[in-house]
Design a protein around this ligand. Structure first.
Ligand SMILES: [Zn+2]
Length: 178
């Protein structure tokens, strides 16, 4: 084997070795987020109140969530996170199903606030959807659809305003102006 070919084979092997790890980490993060929302959603729905906070990695490399702050029916202000936490996202819930609220997706304000804070965001909806607000893409992406996490048993899908799989800032602004 030529030297360059050997080097290429080595590099290829290293790259391949890294890919499963990266994927496993993402899946671990999603599992953590889903389990966390499963515990928080029943309270948020029963009280029709948003809860919010931060997700981070602690000094032992574990996923942790800060204690949820209690908001109201359509807003929530998180408590300052501890300084030793390596934050990777904000989180909030959307309370219970309300006929006149467009709460199955992040609001324009939700996405803009995450972009301003330069932290990705996770949002759980009354229908049990989980959204990811990506700062890099400036886009809200549905990670997981209806009943992905605990949902409101009163939830009724709004057939006039179906929910897409992703929204840019501009698309959210457009939807909210309709
Ligand atoms: Zn929201």
């Amino acid at each position: 084997m030529k030297k360059t070919a050997l080097l290429q084979a080595l590099i290829f092997g290293m790259v391949m070795a890294f890919i499963p790890g990266a994927y496993a980490q993402d899946q671990e993060e999603i599992n953590f987020v889903t389990n966390f929302f499963n515990q928080l959603q029943p309270k948020s729905i029963a009280e029709n109140t948003e809860y919010c906070g931060y997700f981070g990695i602690d000094e032992n490399d574990n996923f942790v969530a800060t204690t949820p702050a209690k908001g109201d029916t359509d807003s929530c202000l998180a408590n300052d996170p501890p300084e030793n936490l390596d934050l990777f996202a904000t989180y909030h819930t959307h309370g219970a199903y309300m006929f006149d609220a467009d709460s199955e997706l992040p609001s324009l304000n939700d996405l803009e606030a995450d972009i301003d804070e330069y932290l990705d965001g996770y949002v759980a909806t009354p229908g049990g959807r989980i959204w990811f607000n990506s700062v890099d893409r400036e886009t809200a992406i549905m990670l997981c659809g209806r009943n992905c996490t605990v949902s409101d048993s009163e939830y009724v899908a709004d057939t006039e305003y179906p929910v897409n799989n992703s929204y840019t800032v501009q698309q959210l602004r457009q939807r909210e102006s309709e």
